[in-house]
Design a protein around this ligand. Structure first.
Ligand code: FAD
Length: 501
C-alpha cells in the first residue's frame, strides 16, 4: 500500500525576485508542480535587483530544457544572442588575445587528449584553429547544429547573452502560470523558533507575516535570512581575487553582435563587453584598492564602443562563499550564497546547480543533518574549483604595467590550483576532479592562453608517426574550416528565427 510522508514540506517561501528567486520559483513550480506544495515569492520593487548577469555558459540550456522553454521564444523575449566562448584580450600581456571556447579542440586520438599531439607538433598552428566553436566565433557565425551529408548533424556547444531583467520577468510569468504566488513587500525580520532556531516566519514592513516550512534566501548580497538571521558565516577570498567593485553601463550596438563575450584586461581589473540584439552590456570590474570609482568610470568610457545609454550602475561585493549555504530550514541561492566575479559567467550557473542540488536532496520537515551536510559539502567544492579557475587568469600573467598585476602574479594561490598549474607545466596534463564544473578544454584554453608552455607531453603521443600526425592535424583543421564555411552569420540566424519582439 502506498504511504505518504506526514512530515512532507507543504509551504516554501522564496525571499527575493532577482534572477535567483525567479529561477528557483520556476524550477520548483515545474518539478513540484502538483500544487500540494505552496510556493510564495516575496520581493520588493523599491529595493530592486542587481540587474546584471547577461552572459551564461552552456549548462543554462539544460536548465531551460528542464523547464521546457522554447529556446527561440526565450531569445525573442530577452534580446538574446548566442555565445560560443569568451575572448580574453590583453590578459596574458598587452597585445595578446585568446579564446576560451565552449567546444573541444580536435579529437582524442588513441585515447590521448588532442592537445598532446598539438604539443608534439610544436604548437605550429593556433589551438583555436582546431575548434569549431572558436573558429565560428571568430567568423561571427552561428547555428545550433550543422547538417552534413551522409553524417550525423554536428552539434555546436553554445550558451546565451541576454537581458537579465527580461530573463527574470520571463521566468516570473512561467512560475506564476504554474501557481507561484508573488507578494510585494519589504522583509523586516525573520522570526526564529526559540528552541530550535528554525525560521518560522518572515515579517514584512506592512506587518504581513509569511510562514513556511522551507525558506529560500534569494535576497542578494545581504543574505537577509541566511546571514542576518541565521549567522551562517562567510569565507573571504578577496586576497586571491582582489576585485571588489564594478560599474555597469550599456551602450548602442555599432556592429553586428559577436557570438562571444569579450573580457579586456585593464590596469586594475578588467572590462566586459556583452553584445545583445539591441545594445552592448559593458562593465568594468576593478579593485578599489588600486583604482577609485571616478578613474574606473573613465577607464570604462575610454574602451566603450559608443556613448553610454543609461546611468552607471555601481556594484560592490566581497568575494567568497557562505560557510553554510543551507542552515536549519533555510537555503541560500544566488548572491546570498556567496560571490565570484563574473569573469567566467558562473553566477547563473551557481544558481542553477544549487537548484538541482536542492531538488535531488529535497528535504522533509525533519531536515536531516546528512542532507544538509551533503548540500553544503558539494556547494563548497563547486565554488572552490570555480574560484581556482578564475584565480588562474590573474596569477599567470606577464603584465608589468601596474601594481595590481604584479600583486596577482606574486600572490600565493590555493594548493589545489598550484598543483594543477604544476601538472600542466611539467607534463601538459590536465586532470578533472569529481566532475568539477570546468572541463579540461576550459583549463587548457586558459593555461595555454596565459602563456604556459608545458615541458613535455603525453608519452603515448609519440606512438603516432610524424607523417600520420601531420595528416590528421591538417584534416582536423580542414573539417573545422569546411564546417564554419557552411554556417550562417549569427545576424542572419537571429533575423530568421529569434528576432526580439
Ligand atoms: P538580486 O538580483 O540582488 O536580487 C535580490 C532580490 O531580493 C531582489 O528582488 C530584491 O528586491 C529582493 N530583496 C532584497 N532585500 C529585500 C527585502 N528586505 N525584502 C524583500 N525583498 C528583498 N552572472 C552570470 O551568470 N553572468 C554574468 O555575466 C554576470 N555578471 C555579473 C556582473 C556583476 C557586476 C555582478 C555583481 C554579478 C554578475 N553575475 C553574473 C551574477 C548575477 O548577476 C547574479 O548571480 C544574479 O543576478 C542573481 O542575483 P540574485 O537574484 O541572487 O540577487
Amino acid at each position: 500500500m502506498a504511504t505518504t510522508n506526514s512530515n512532507a514540506i507543504q509551504r516554501i517561501c522564496i525571499l527575493g525576485g532577482g534572477t535567483a528567486g525567479w529561477m528557483t520559483a520556476a524550477a520548483l513550480s515545474k518539478v513540484l508542480g502538483d500544487r500540494s506544495i505552496q510556493i510564495e515569492l516575496v520581493e520588493s520593487e523599491s529595493i530592486g535587483t542587481v540587474s546584471v548577469g547577461e552572459a551564461t555558459i552552456p549548462q543554462i540550456r539544460a536548465f531551460n530544457h528542464l523547464l521546457g522553454l522554447d529556446e527561440m521564444d526565450f531569445m525573442r523575449h530577452t534580446q538574446g544572442t548566442f555565445k560560443l566562448g569568451i575572448e580574453f584580450i590583453d590578459w596574458h600581456k598587452p597585445g595578446t588575445a585568446y579564446l576560451h571556447p565552449f567546444g573541444p579542440y580536435g579529437a582524442n586520438m588513441a585515447g590521448v587528449p588532442f592537445h598532446h599531439y598539438w604539443l608534439k607538433d610544436g604548437r605550429q598552428h593556433p589551438l583555436e584553429s582546431y575548434c569549431l566553436e572558436a573558429m565560428a566565433a571568430r567568423a561571427g557565425k552561428f547555428i545550433p547544429a550543422v547538417e552534413r551529408s551522409g553524417a550525423p548533424a554536428k552539434q555546436v556547444n553554445y550558451a546565451f547573452h541576454f537581458d537579465a531583467v527580461a530573463y527574470a520577468a520571463y521566468l516570473r510569468k512561467f512560475a506564476e502560470q504554474r501557481g507561484v504566488k508573488r507578494s510585494e513587500g519589504r522583509m523586516q525580520h525573520a522570526v526564529l523558533h526559540p528552541v530550535t532556531g528554525f525560521v518560522q516566519a518572515l515579517i514584512l514592513q506592512n506587518g504581513q507575516k509569511i510562514e513556511a516550512d522551507l525558506f529560500i534566501d534569494c535576497s542578494g548580497f545581504k543574505g537577509l535570512i541566511i546571514e542576518k538571521a541565521l549567522h551562517s558565516g562567510f569565507e573571504d577570498w578577496s586576497h586571491w581575487l582582489p576585485c571588489d567593485r564594478a560599474i555597469a553601463q550599456p551602450c548602442a550596438l555599432t556592429e553586428p553582435a559577436k557570438p562571444y563575450t569579450q573580457s579586456i584586461a585593464q590596469s586594475a581589473g578588467w572590462q566586459w563587453r556583452i553584445p545583445l540584439q539591441n545594445r552592448v552590456g559593458n562593465g568594468h570590474v576593478y579593485s578599489s584598492h588600486y583604482v577609485d570609482d571616478d578613474k574606473a568610470l573613465q577607464v570604462l568610457h575610454n574602451t566603450m564602443l559608443a556613448k553610454p545609454e543609461a546611468e552607471p550602475n555601481y556594484l560592490r561585493w566581497q568575494t567568497g562563499r557562505r560557510r553554510e549555504p543551507w542552515k536549519k530550514n533555510c537555503i541560500a541561492i544566488g548572491l546570498s550564497a556567496g560571490f565570484l566575479e563574473p569573469l567566467e559567467s558562473t553566477g547563473i550557473q551557481l544558481i542553477q546547480s544549487a537548484i538541482s542540488r536542492l531538488l535531488s536532496l529535497f528535504p522533509d520537515k525533519s531536515f536531516a543533518e546528512e542532507t544538509i551536510d551533503t548540500f553544503n559539502r558539494y556547494s563548497a567544492f563547486e565554488m572552490e574549483r570555480i574560484r581556482d579557475f578564475i584565480i588562474l587568469h590573474y596569477k599567470v600573467n606577464e603584465r608589468d604595467d601596474s601594481d595590481f598585476w604584479r600583486y596577482c602574479r606574486s600572490m600565493k594561490v590555493p594548493d589545489s590550483l598550484e598543483d594543477k598549474i604544476k601538472l600542466y607545466q611539467r607534463s601538459g596534463r590536465i586532470f578533472r576532479e569529481n566532475n568539477e564544473l570546468f572541463s579540461d578544454i576550459s583549463w587548457l584554453s586558459v593555461l595555454n592562453g596565459q602563456g604556459i608552455i608545458p615541458e613535455s607531453y603525453h608519452p603515448l603521443a609519440d606512438q603516432l608517426p610524424d607523417d600520420k600526425l601531420q595528416m590528421q592535424l591538417s584534416s582536423l583543421q580542414k573539417q573545422v574550416q569546411d564546417t564554419v564555411a557552411v554556417m550562417p552569420a549569427q545576424a542572419d540566424f537571429i533575423a530568421q528565427y529569434c528576432k526580439a519582439i
